[in-house]
Ligand binder design. Structure first.
Ligand code: ADP
Ligand code: MG
Ligand code: MG
Length: 250
């Protein structure tokens, strides 16, 4: 699904190099977790993969579904089923959530050669997904993320993922700011979306999320590189003694 080799990237505005050679392979249906200290480059990696304009790739390669990822415009990556849920979802005043979701969904359907949903068809498509996320239908008619609580914004991100029917979901700290019940709902929704083909790359600081969404691999990022890869045992080590512990263990 996604093969990243020695990826290097810098911030366009300052020229500061943030990714210093990230390599990771995510196969179809696999769930990967990325952990790591604040500032280690987790969000930057997520954003570089979807083509965020603040960053420039300075080295390395990335193949997504057999194509050179960096040959694809950000919109094309989205049409190809690559999805990023943002750590801090943006508010879009003046645009209703349902219109926004339908536009995004139809853009992907069009790119895939499928017929676009009219408003009624889209309602039929979105309602079961709202139920999966335990979201009230009134959220459809509110402006995108405007006045949403932190937890509601996170649910809304997963609603987008569900509506788009993405193939590879990159979830950046979807657990941050969630209470226990919201975390369970969001995790259940992500699990509910999991098919043998769908892949997940999730960035998190906490074990809680990984108890709900079981990763096949856990990676630790440090200074713009993945320095450790393994299974849940890595998380146990981290919870016991923090990132310093991992160094002594390695
Ligand atoms: P993480 O998600 O692991 O906490 P980030 O990828 O957000 O880390 O950030 C890595 C480093 O890059 C941090 O020092 C952060 O301040 C810096 N950084 C990332 N994006 C930008 C940006 N657009 N402008 C300036 N600094 C940035
Ligand atoms: Mg962070
Ligand atoms: Mg981050």
């Amino acid at each position: 699904m996604l093969e990243v080799t020695d990826l290097q990237a810098k911030i366009v505005e300052t020229g500061q190099q943030i990714l210093n050679g990230v390599s990771i392979t995510v196969r179809e249906g696999e769930v990967h977790a990325i952990m790591g200290k604040n500032g280690s480059g987790k969000s930057t990696l997520s954003k570089v993969l979807v083509g965020h304009p603040d960053y420039e790739v300075t080295g390395g390669t990335a193949t997504y579904k057999g194509k050179n990822l960096f040959d694809l415009e950000p919109e094309e990556r989205s049409h190809e089923g690559l999805f990023l849920s943002f750590q801090s979802p943006i508010e879009i005043p003046g645009v209703s959530n349902v219109d926004f979701l339908r536009m995004a969904c139809n853009a992907r359907r069009k790119a895939l050669g499928q017929t676009e949903f009219d408003p009624l068809e889209f309602y039929a498509h979105v309602i079961p997904k709202l139920e999966l996320l335990k979201m009230d239908p009134t959220f459809l008619n509110r402006n995108v993320n405007q006045g949403f609580s932190g937890g509601e914004k996170k649910r809304n991100e997963i609603l987008q993922l569900a509506v788009l029917d993405a193939d590879m979901a990159i979830l950046d700290e979807i657990d941050s700011g969630l209470d226990i019940d919201a975390l369970r709902d969001v995790a259940a929704a992500v699990n509910g979306l999991n098919t043998p083909e769908r892949s997940v790359l999730m960035v998190t600081h906490y074990r809680r999320l990984l108890d709900y969404i079981k990763p096949d691999y856990v990676h630790v990022m440090e200074a713009g590189r993945i320095t450790t890869t393994g299974g849940m045992e890595i998380v146990d080590t981290l919870e016991e003694g923090g990132y310093a512990m991992l160094k002594t263990a390695a």
